[in-house]
Ligand binder design. Sequence first.
Ligand code: SIN
Length: 190
Amino acid sequence: MLDTTALNQQRNFFDGHADIWLFGYGSLIWKADFAYLERRPAYIQGWERRFWQGSHDHRGTLESPGRVATLIRAKDSICHGMAYRITPEVLAPLDIREKNGYLREKVLLTFLAENGEAAKQSEGLIYLASEDNPAFLGEAPLTEIAQQIANAHGPSGPNKEYLLNLATALRELGATDAHIFDLELQLSRI
Ligand code: SIN
């Protein structure tokens, strides 16, 4: 299986910074099992969430991979998520958690104020699984993606838990995401 841990340790976009903003758009929204100094709802522009990344280590197995979130470029779209201000040593365990194809990338985050309006911006990190990584599964009909999610289980638990927790977390953020909510509906029909 692929392991991007060593690659990510070379991707030090914020070298020398005492703290770093990390933007989570998938499980990092609802499973913050790392230390952070503060967290704030935020979005990134030019990206859309998709369940197009294979999971062989968390929500599936080598024989029966699950599907988890990654991002694709979409010029006029925004993707809502959660930004965490972390200290640099928190990246090492995150690199391990995200090792199956995700690479650190630098992005511009826009924080949301209490009233939901865009407030200030900052550069931050995402973990991105791009289409050239070996675990990338890509597009498929939503019914097929939902079926695969319904069937897959891995060391971190059932794949459907990942999707349902993400949909719930997005609703709590007041965010809409057609791909995620359509998949949730398809899953409920299985
Ligand atoms: C993220 O949540 O930002 C990355 C993908 C994942 O860990 O689910």
